[in-house]
Write a protein of this length. Structure first.
Length: 256
């Protein structure tokens, strides 16, 4: 029997959590053996609360060291707690770097991954060293041209084959993604890149940021960036931006 149908047959309801986390100490969202992950820590707490194994689904499988302000998580479980009570109990059990800020229980079906319509990510680059925010941004000592970065971001808009900006062994059958918004903002002591798309490949945002910074630093040319974006052929080498500057800002989901 299909797992989800089995849950309904067992009179289990859909639970939805919205969470934030500092990803510094975790090997990403997805549960892995013998290393701490956000999903693993949450499922461990849920197992204690419900007295059984709980399988969660996250809207985004953030990488090691990547943060989230609005990660959406769904799972099936009996309605043992009211939503606010479940949120309170989880927050008392979870470590300080993971927080639940909303909880929904519904009879309607919802899957955090498949009912996700898009995600918004932000990448922060610091112009100077920030001791208290070092976990949340990339301190880059080179010169960055905000106008050049803005022009490169505009090229990303629309539907493209982003295979060049991903890990080749992790490519899905269809590596095309649609980007609705992509832009840079400059502040006194930092730059921030925002991107909103229907889906993202593994390490795609960090790769795009790394490539745009490489154009500014003249490690690769503007023409090379365009060719990689439009032709899907890696013609120049560049480094991905480090993970700690990236944050999942918002999940656009069809919540019940």
């Amino acid at each position: 029997m299909n797992f989800w149908l089995f849950c309904f047959a067992m009179n289990e309801l859909t639970h939805i959590l919205r969470i934030s986390y500092d990803g510094t100490e975790y090997f990403g969202w997805q549960k892995q053996p013998n290393v701490p992950t956000v999903q693993g820590v949450i499922e461990q707490s849920l197992r204690k609360l419900f007295g059984k194994e709980i399988r969660t689904v996250g809207a985004s499988r953030t990488d090691r060291g990547v943060h989230a302000i609005d990660q959406v998580v769904s799972f099936f479980a009996p309605k043992r707690y009211e939503p606010k009570d479940l949120m309170r109990r989880l927050n008392k059990m979870l470590p300080a770097d993971i927080a639940v800020w909303d909880s929904i229980v519904t009879e309607k079906t919802f899957n955090a991954r498949f009912d996700c319509e898009g995600k918004i990510y932000r990448y922060r680059i610091f112009k100077r060293k920030k001791a208290l925010e070092a976990r949340f941004g990339w301190w880059y000592e080179g010169e960055l041209d905000i106008n050049l970065l803005g022009g490169l971001a505009e090229l990303i808009l629309g539907e493209h084959d982003f295979r060049v900006f991903s890990i080749q062994k992790d490519l899905p059958e269809n590596p095309r993604c649609t980007i609705f918004e992509a832009y840079w903002r400059e502040f006194d002591d930092e730059l921030q890149f925002f991107i909103f798309g229907d889906r993202f490949l593994h390490k795609m945002v960090r790769s795009l940021v790394g490539a745009m910074v490489a154009v500014c630093g003249k490690q690769i040319s503007d023409a090379d960036f365009r060719k990689m974006l439009y032709d899907g052929v890696r013609v120049s080498e560049f480094r991905n931006a480090p993970p700690h500057g990236l944050c999942l800002l918002e999940v656009k989901a069809r919540l019940p």
